[in-house]
Design a protein around this ligand. Structure first.
Ligand SMILES: NC(=O)c1ccc[n+]([C@@H]2O[C@H](COP(=O)([O-])OP(=O)(O)OC[C@H]3O[C@@H](n4cnc5c(N)ncnc54)[C@H](O)[C@@H]3O)[C@@H](O)[C@H]2O)c1
Length: 296
């Protein structure tokens, strides 16, 4: 396992999330900032950030940060942090095209002992099920044997100058206990608000917590904190995943109305909460008529 001081970072995707991250690390250690958008790279080389998430002074202070659109320059790196967009498609599903492309790029430069950290917002399982196989196929390396993986979702709110990246507690995780330690230590270098090293659902299995029939409380249902908008929330997918595992799920959110939440959850998911013989009574016309057994 590598030492913290040996990590040479690549940040893949220099947008609202990637650039501030690259700039913070670039004050401390070598960083290659890579983006497929050549215009963006040209602008950054000239100290111009069109997203306005950084300042000229901050860009200047990042003395170890180099910008490039040439993937060959990633070969010198050994820790790849992916911050490419994951837009939502017409079916409200994340479009993983750019994430897959970025995984191909990483796969071409990955060497034995390297790390890949995903910061892009994805639902649970995407990195292992979608990205890792691409990296394995392209690099010819074996996951958790030759290379390691981490996840650290970005939680910034662009345009909010009072909560910059370093001031928001960062969640970190790794594919092995050792890689989790290293990734956590890496982020501690720049996050003044501190980090939280997360356990995964697998951690439950290891601790002999019986998944089936376990009682899961999910705190927060909305799309982002302190907002009642649940239209694009993917917490619903997490609820369904736990329900598929036969867990009992409760969701608590101060900001979301029960009515809206039930609408989003849908009749099928509500029915999984009932016994096999049950009646779904839609008192408030929350569901389309054909989905309930009785309405007023
Ligand atoms: N912006 C936010 O509010 C915010 C907050 C938290 C998390 N996130 C998540 O962070 C991720 C990045 O979001 P963003 O707002 O920074 O996106 P963005 O659109 O601002 O920037 C992404 C950058 O990635 C580049 N890119 C695209 N494909 C690439 C590839 N294959 N290789 C290299 N570069 C590539 C683009 O050219 C662009 O410059 C998304 O998953 C998003 O959901 C965003």
């Amino acid at each position: 396992m590598k030492n913290l001081k040996d990590l040479k970072l690549a940040i893949i995707g220099l947008g609202y999330v990637g650039l501030p991250l690259a700039v913070e690390f670039g004050r401390k250690r070598p960083v290659v900032g890579f983006d497929i958008n050549s215009k963006r790279i040209e602008d950054l080389k000239q100290g111009k950030d069109v997203t306005r998430e950084t300042t000229k002074e901050k860009l200047k202070a990042a003395v170890h940060l180099k910008y490039t659109d040439n993937p060959q320059e990633l070969k010198s790196c050994n820790c790849f942090i992916v911050t490419v967009p994951t837009p939502i498609d017409n079916h409200k599903r994340p479009d993983l095209t750019m994430l897959r492309q970025a995984s191909e790029t990483v796969g071409k430069s990955l060497k034995k002992g390297d790390f890949v950290v995903y910061e892009s917002t994805v639902y649970p399982g995407v990195t292992e099920e979608e990205c890792v196989p691409i990296i394995e196929q392209i690099s010819g390396l074996k996951f958790n044997q030759d290379f390691f993986w981490g996840y650290s979702p970005e939680r910034i709110n662009p345009g909010d100058p009072s909560h910059r990246i370093t001031e928001i507690k960062k969640i970190t995780s790794g594919s092995t206990p050792e890689s989790a330690e290293l990734i956590d230590a890496l982020y501690k270098e720049i996050i003044t608000a501190g980090t939280h090293k997360a356990e995964s659902i697998r951690a439950m299995v290891k601790n002999k917590i019986r998944i089936e029939e376990s009682k899961v409380l999910i705190l927060g249902l909305d799309f982002k904190e302190n907002c009642p908008d649940i239209r694009n929330t993917r917490v619903v997918d997490i609820v369904r995943d736990f329900q598929d595992l036969n867990c009992h799920v409760d969701v608590y959110d101060l900001w979301v109305s029960e009515e809206d939440a039930l609408k989003e959850l849908g009749a099928a998911a509500i029915r999984t909460l009932g016994k096999s013989q049950h009646i779904l009574y839609d008192l408030k016309y929350v569901l389309p008529p054909e989905f309930s057994d009785i309405r007023l």
